[in-house]
Ligand binder design. Structure first.
Ligand code: ZN
Length: 247
């Protein structure tokens, strides 16, 4: 392939601009905030799930609490009714009186048992609510940190995006007069070879693969016309001659 030596030299500037742009894209994709945001977002999802579970628990316990409350009231009402009937002298037969007194003793035991249950459920409601408060506080802390991270991420990204836009614009200027064939070869090599498609031959060394060319290769290169597009025999990249090539 032949290409104007000036275009070949410009290709090195394109390569530099592309390398800078790649670096900026890498920085953008790897902002330290992003890892922390992902970590916190995952943690927040877990906390949301835990919060939902505890809310269900609080609701269930509240239902249970109301049921126990209602049952206590019901048994107490029955005790009061029995008490009133006895006091009003409505029960007269000794056997009936004795039966009712037995019943009242068992009602007392039932009430005591239900009141214990009531206390236990109340304690469970209290524990679940404390858990809910703690989870809510943790979610709030995460949200505050996420907000601050997002702000910092956006600020850094804004600066990097501007720098990237500048690089892209510089590159557009550089490739304006670039022969299409040379540019296509460069792009293909750049994609295949870790972002470096063209390298300078500097002090007898290919700056793409960092290998020094031997005398035979250098002798061959010296004979090539200036508009010949050279390729590094080792890494296949476009090799560009400059005053610093050591030829
Ligand atoms: Zn090379």
């Amino acid at each position: 392939m032949k290409a104007d030596p000036v275009a070949q030299l410009t290709l090195l500037d394109v390569q530099t601009a592309d390398a800078k742009a790649d670096q900026l894209r890498h920085q953008l994709a790897n902002l330290p905030e992003l890892a922390r945001i992902a970590e916190l977002t995952a943690e927040r999802t877990e906390l949301d799930n835990a919060t939902r579970d505890v809310r269900i628990k609080v609701d269930d316990l509240s239902v249970e609490q109301r049921q126990v409350d209602a049952e206590v009231e019901q048994v107490k009402a029955r005790r009061t009714r029995d008490q009133q009937r006895l006091e009003a002298g409505q029960v007269t037969k000794p056997a009936d009186i004795e039966r009712m007194q037995h019943e009242m003793v068992s009602l007392e035991r039932r009430i005591a048992k239900l009141e214990d249950d009531e206390l236990e459920v109340m304690q469970q409601v209290e524990d679940a609510q404390a858990e809910l408060t703690e989870l809510t506080a943790r979610v709030t802390n995460i949200d505050v940190e996420l907000e601050s991270l997002a702000k910092s991420r956006d600020e850094k990204a804004g600066v990097l995006e501007q720098q990237l836009a500048d690089q892209v614009s510089d590159r557009t200027g550089l490739i304006a007069d670039m022969p299409a064939e040379l540019l296509a070869l460069y792009e293909r090599l750049r994609a295949a070879k870790g972002g470096v498609g063209a390298a300078m031959l500097r002090a007898r060394r290919c700056e793409g693969c960092m290998l020094t060319l031997d005398n035979a290769e250098l002798a061959q290169i010296k004979q090539k016309p200036a508009d010949e597009v050279l390729r590094c025999e080792e890494c296949q990249r476009i090799l560009i001659r400059t005053d610093e090539s050591g030829l």
